[in-house]
Design a protein around this ligand. Structure first.
Ligand code: SF4
Ligand code: SF4
Length: 274
C-alpha cells in the first residue's frame, strides 16, 4: 500500500505539471490572438523553464542582461532547482519535467509491445559512451547561446516542439527531433534524458555530491535485482552501496518504498548503515 501511495503521488505531480505547462503554452498562443484565458498570465514557456537560466548565465555575468526571450523567473527557477538537486538530486527530471513524463508514458506502450526486451536494445558497450553525449549537447548550447545572444536551442528542442507544435515559432528541426524521440521512447526508456538533454546533464552532476543519496544496505539485500529492473536509467543499484551515477533522476523507483521488496534496504538518506 505504501509503495502504491508513493507512486500515485509521483504520477499526480507529473500529470499536474504536464497539464500546467500545456495550459500555459496554449494560453500564450491565445494571448497572441487576443483571446487569452482571463485568470492566467501571458507567460511563455521560456518564462517557466529553469534551463533558460542556465543558458543566460554567461550573458548575465558579462553584460548584466538576459538572453532575448529569457526572463528573470527562469533565473530564479534555475536557482531553486539547482538547490533542490544539491539536496536530493535531479528531482526535476524524475518528478516535474513534462518531457521526461511524456517519454515515460510512451515507454509504458513500449513495455507492452517489447516486454523484457524493452530498454535493453542498445548494447552496453555503446550505451555507456552515448550517456556522455548530453554533456556535448550542453557545451554546444552554452557556446552557441553565448556567441549569438539568442536561445539557439529552441530550434532543435523537442520539449518546445511538443508544447508548441501548432505554432509558427517551432522550427522543423524541433519537430524532427520530437518525432525521433517519440519513436525511440518505444524501445528505450527516457532516451532524451539519457543521451541528449543538456539540462539533465547539468542536474546530473549533483549526483556526485548531493546530500541525500540513494543508499543500499548490503546486510539486508537479498540480491533479487528488482531495483535494477525498476530503474528507468538502467543503473545497477544492486551492486552499489551508494548511487553516485550521474544519470540518476531521483525517481525513487528502486527504493524500499518502490521496487525493493525488503523494508529499509534502499533509501534516500544522508547516512546509511551497512
Ligand atoms: S530507480 Fe533509483 S537509481 Fe534509478 S534513477 Fe530512480 S532513484 Fe535513481
Ligand atoms: S531490490 Fe532490494 S533486495 Fe533486491 S537486489 Fe535491490 S536492494 Fe537488494
Amino acid at each position: 500500500m505504501k509503495n502504491k501511495k508513493r507512486s500515485k503521488v509521483r504520477v499526480f505531480i507529473q500529470v499536474a505539471f504536464f497539464l500546467l505547462v500545456a495550459l500555459i503554452a496554449v494560453n500564450h498562443t491565445l494571448v497572441e490572438q487576443g483571446k487569452g484565458i482571463a485568470f492566467l498570465s501571458s507567460a511563455s514557456l521560456h518564462a517557466i523553464c529553469p534551463f533558460g537560466g542556465v543558458v543566460t548565465i554567461y550573458q548575465y555575468l558579462t553584460t548584466g542582461t538576459f538572453v532575448k526571450k529569457i526572463h528573470e523567473s527562469s533565473f530564479i527557477l534555475m536557482i531553486i532547482m539547482f538547490t533542490t538537486a544539491v539536496l536530493f538530486g535531479p528531482v526535476f527530471c524524475g518528478w516535474i519535467c513534462p518531457f521526461g513524463s511524456f517519454q515515460e508514458w510512451l515507454g509504458k506502450i513500449g513495455k507492452k509491445i517489447f516486454k523484457n526486451k524493452y530498454n535493453a536494445f542498445i548494447p552496453y558497450k555503446i550505451d555507456k559512451y552515448l550517456r556522455y553525449l548530453r554533456y556535448g549537447v550542453l557545451v554546444w548550447v552554452l557556446y552557441v547561446t553565448a556567441i549569438s545572444g539568442k536561445i539557439a536551442f529552441q530550434d532543435v528542442d523537442p520539449y518546445y516542439a511538443l508544447f508548441n507544435f501548432w505554432s509558427s515559432e517551432v522550427a522543423i528541426g524541433g519537430i524532427v527531433i520530437l518525432l525521433v524521440i517519440i519513436g525511440l521512447s518505444l524501445i528505450v526508456e527516457r532516451p532524451w534524458c539519457k543521451y541528449a538533454c543538456p539540462y539533465g546533464a547539468v542536474l546530473g552532476i549533483t549526483n556526485l555530491f548531493r546530500i541525500f543519496k540513494i543508499r543500499r544496505k548490503t546486510s539486508t539485500c537479498v540480491s533479487c535485482k528488482n531495483c535494477d529492473n525498476a530503474c528507468p536509467m538502467n543503473i545497477k543499484v544492486s551492486n552499489q552501496q551508494v548511487v553516485r551515477n550521474h544519470q540518476c533522476i531521483s525517481c525513487m523507483k528502486c527504493t524500499s518504498e518502490g521496487a525493493c521488496p525488503i523494508d529499509n534496504t534502499v533509501n534516500m538518506s544522508v547516512k546509511g548503515g551497512e
